[in-house]
Design a protein around this ligand. Structure first.
Ligand SMILES: [Zn+2]
Length: 273
């Protein structure tokens, strides 16, 4: 699933290409009845047409298109969604569930094999984004705020990192990588971390996300950017999906456990319980 670095890469690609452009037409596949969460698919197409893109922002794993007339198009890519910006005469893409046409003749194509992706067209962003926790790369996320977030949770620290209401934008890849970078076992109870460990985690989250952004995200399975290209961070991970391979730091085999139903990768030596 695309996480903060992947969604942010798409945002940075799309912003210069789409700012100032207007949507002229929207087509949503009848085979993707759950794609448009609000309003109805017919109202979605009617309300989108003629709206200019004024800005594109990101909140957690959500992309937010700020449209003229005080409406927001919010997109969540979920498992396999991709937003591809193509000339209208470009060859068809696979699994296209929606095509949003623009006034310069280009198209924003939403490709989604698994069909979990979601669009909302809303006047109030809080309707969609209201329950998200702080942004991990914002200066507002200080070590002391992270201390407050961890102090209230006896759940494993890995679960805390995955909880979008605690921190927005981190998923399975970057949770595992941040815990390795911080030297913390994923099953440690969040509330049991010392102040020094919370500071290490704070620093690790930032370093891991910024490194992945530099690599334009990680393409372990389906992720591609707005041009259809893969990211490079899958070649630079330290533990994610490296079960049985030697730790780059100490040589011990990377292990895998389930935490909160998710495969979790860690080094038992560098991340003692
Ligand atoms: Zn190790």
């Amino acid at each position: 699933m695309p996480e903060l670095p992947e969604v942010e890469t798409i945002r940075r690609d799309l912003l210069p290409a789409l700012r100032g452009r207007s949507f002229t037409h929207a087509w949503v596949s009848p085979e993707a009845p759950r794609l448009v969460q609000a309003p109805s698919a017919a109202d979605f197409a009617r309300l989108l047409a003629g709206r200019r893109v004024e800005d594109i922002s990101r909140r957690g794993k959500y992309l937010v298109f700020h449209l003229s007339g005080a409406l927001y198009l919010v997109v969540h890519l979920r498992m396999t969604g991709a937003l591809l910006h193509r000339p209208s005469d470009a060859p068809p893409d696979r699994y296209v569930r929606a095509i949003l046409s623009l006034d310069d003749g280009s198209e924003l194509r939403f490709s989604d094999l698994r069909k979990f992706g979601a669009f909302w067209l809303v006047a109030e962003l809080s309707e969609v984004l209201g329950r998200l926790g702080p942004e991990p790369l914002d200066s507002g996320l200080t070590p002391s705020l992270l201390r407050d977030l961890t102090a209230r949770r006896r759940a494993p620290v890995k679960s805390l990192l995955l909880d979008q209401r605690a921190l927005a934008g981190i998923g399975n890849i970057y949770a595992d990588e941040a815990l390795f970078a911080a030297g913390l076992h994923p099953l440690r109870p969040a509330s049991g971390l010392s102040d020094a460990e919370v500071e290490r985690l704070h620093d690790a989250i930032r370093r891991v996300l910024l490194a992945a952004l530099e690599d334009r995200g990680a393409s372990f399975s389906d992720y591609v950017d707005a041009s259809g290209r893969e990211g490079r961070h899958q070649f630079r991970v330290r533990v994610f999906r490296r079960t049985g391979k030697p730790c780059y730091t100490c040589g011990r085999e990377i292990e895998r456990v389930k935490v909160a139903g998710r495969s979790t990768h860690f080094c038992p030596q560098c991340q003692p319980l």
